[in-house]
Design a protein around this ligand. Structure first.
Ligand code: SAH
Length: 225
């Protein structure tokens, strides 16, 4: 069996093992197809190529990491992506999560605060012909207000609390996945649902480990909720 198929099998096994927390014992065929269609070996540093299809996070430089494939599949699946969706990712990193999500939705805006990682990911995604992803250099405000609201938001760095500024960027009926909590105490992946009336429900799912979400220049100006 090739290494990529093994990675996909491990993701399916992890999905089963975490079903009690996530509410999903298997990811949708669409999610698994998206995972199969994105060449992770194009998103990892050359010296780590041999590990590209291991189900583990890997360093990508600048103190950042490309997420564990299972986590990418889980967050993608829990978003319940639909072909007409307008989505936001906070934390482009290597561009891998954006690439996977882009297979399942109309448009992905992906914001990155590190200028070097931003440029690398942008060039990589263009070279690989991911034409429905816009990479944005962030740092002024959290998220990307210009194209809000979004049907789905994935945050791939851990926040201290769920930022009101990102809840504001969700459509009514939209959904966000976000890791919350300080690095030394451990973090929890939250599923944040905004219903048709705009009422927000925050559901803690399972323990995760992400790099911290870095502060932007301009906070939302509101008290954290
Ligand atoms: N999704 C990425 C992994 C993300 S690692 C992948 O698939 O490879 C988290 C990334 O979030 C890092 O690259 C980090 O620089 C970025 N980041 C941290 N704080 C941020 C912020 N406030 N806005 C945008 N990006 C941020």
């Amino acid at each position: 069996m090739n290494r990529q198929q093994q990675m996909l099998d491990e993701i399916s096994m992890d999905a089963e093992l975490t079903a009690e927390m996530t509410g999903r014992s298997a990811f949708s065929p669409d999610t698994m197809e998206a995972m199969a269609s994105v060449p992770r070996n194009q998103f990892v540093p050359e010296e780590l190529l041999a590990q590209a299809y291991y189900n583990i996070p890997l360093p990508i430089g600048h103190g950042q990491t490309i997420s564990q494939p299972y986590m990418v599949a889980l967050m993608t699946d829990l978003l319940d992506p639909k072909p007409e969706y307008n989505c936001l990712e906070v934390g482009t990193g290597s561009g891998y999560q954006a690439a996977v999500l882009s297979r399942l939705v109309k448009k992905v805006y992906s914001v990155e605060i590190n200028p070097v990682l931003h440029l690398q990911a942008k060039a990589r995604l263009e070279r690989l012909n991911f034409n429905n992803i816009d990479c944005i250099l962030g740092g002024e405000k959290l998220g990307f207000i210009e194209h809000a609201p979004y049907d789905g938001i994935l945050v791939t760095a851990a926040a201290d609390q769920i930022p009101p500024a990102l809840i504001d960027q969700l459509t009514n009926g939209g959904r966000m996945l976000i890791p919350v909590g300080p690095q030394h105490l451990g973090q929890t992946l939250y599923l944040v649902d905004k219903n048709k009336q705009g009422k927000v429900n925050k559901k803690p799912l399972l323990a995760v480990r992400f790099v911290p979400l870095l502060p932007v220049k301009e906070s939302s100006g509101r008290e954290p909720g």
